[in-house]
Design a binder for this molecule. Sequence first.
Ligand code: FAD
Length: 382
Amino acid sequence: MSSLKIGIVGAGIGGLTAAIALHRAGHDVVVFEQSKQFLRVGADINLTPNAVRALDGLGIGDAVRHTAARPTHRISRTWDTGDETSRLEMGDSAEQKYGAPQLTIHRADLLAALAAVFPAERVLFAKRAEEVKQDADGITLTFTDGSTYLVDALIGADGIHSAVRTAMFGRENPRFTGVVAFRAVIPAERVAQVPNIQAFTKWWGPNLQSQIVTFPLNRGKDIFIFATTAQESWHLESWTTQGSVQELRDSYAGFHPDARALLDACDEVLKTALYERDPLPHWSHDRMVLLGDACHPMMPFMAQGAGMSIEDAVVLAREIAGITQVADMDTAFQRYESLRLERASKIQIGSRGNNWLREGGNADWVYGYDAWTVKAESAAPD
Ligand code: FAD
């Protein structure tokens, strides 16, 4: 097969997943990443069975399982009474039902597992894409260091502020949601008295924006805490900015003692504003296509941001695996879009609504999806 040169902007979770799958399909893939190296930034990534299945198909499931934790259940509790309003078995039960468990992993460990199976020399660091132009020769990328690169087709996997998206559809800034998020990691032994501490537990607050989510990380040795609250005054979007532990505790002062015990155990916390966008009507244009947060950044309330970027990457790679002519790229991108856009947009809107599994409900349409085999008619059931 004659290979096409495919450029991917962004060596995040979606970009690397697509790079691995396309490289294996025989394409000449090069990834451009703005960071100087893979950084140990962020903390949690929640991989529900749909995402783990996709990673298993890529052959990196074992590496992921090596450092991840396996939440035992997915539990909803009411913020003040502590009453349980829903409970799903995860772990072995999910594995039997969906062919994969839920895994929760540090973002850096997931990136390391992905990077380990892609040729290191094909990831070009310190390459921040600034301009993208298409002509008869192909697509020319211009980076902020002044260098350029010519590819046959381009995948924009460059996150919520995607430069590729701007080149395709014009500038439109993400919207501040009025919600801020706190992130903290604590040793599990500090909170061993909290019931179901190895479960994924969501404490539903007194309003839509207010919640505390906890789940295990690092094979259960640590507990990750993710708490959101409405706050119009804080607009800074950052994975590294320190917040105030006192502010965290004060924000959830009325919560049940089990939830407060988790916050009391925090030594430090990160704080970020949450941004999102509306669903896009199209993800591709000619020989350029988007995946992951570049096309559908979403609120974290269904914990599907990483999962959707992984699913996108697998389906996109399937659709362009056998393409040998640039002229056929456009149609392959449209097939990808028709398989993925409805499901991802539905989850994007559902995440905004924030009522996923609050009081039971069937998780099968999200968790039971298999990106390796999905056909158009089962992409997003009602
Ligand atoms: P992203 O993960 O955002 O990846 C986009 C990649 O593109 C990044 O590596 C970015 O540096 C690169 N990039 C952006 N613009 C350019 C450009 N112009 N040129 C070249 N490269 C570019 N989610 C969580 O749930 N928990 C976390 O702790 C967490 N930490 C994160 C830390 C960082 C540093 C980032 C970038 C994202 C983090 N996320 C986290 C978000 C989460 O990873 C994504 O929402 C999700 O996985 C979707 O992945 P993606 O590959 O589509 O986008």
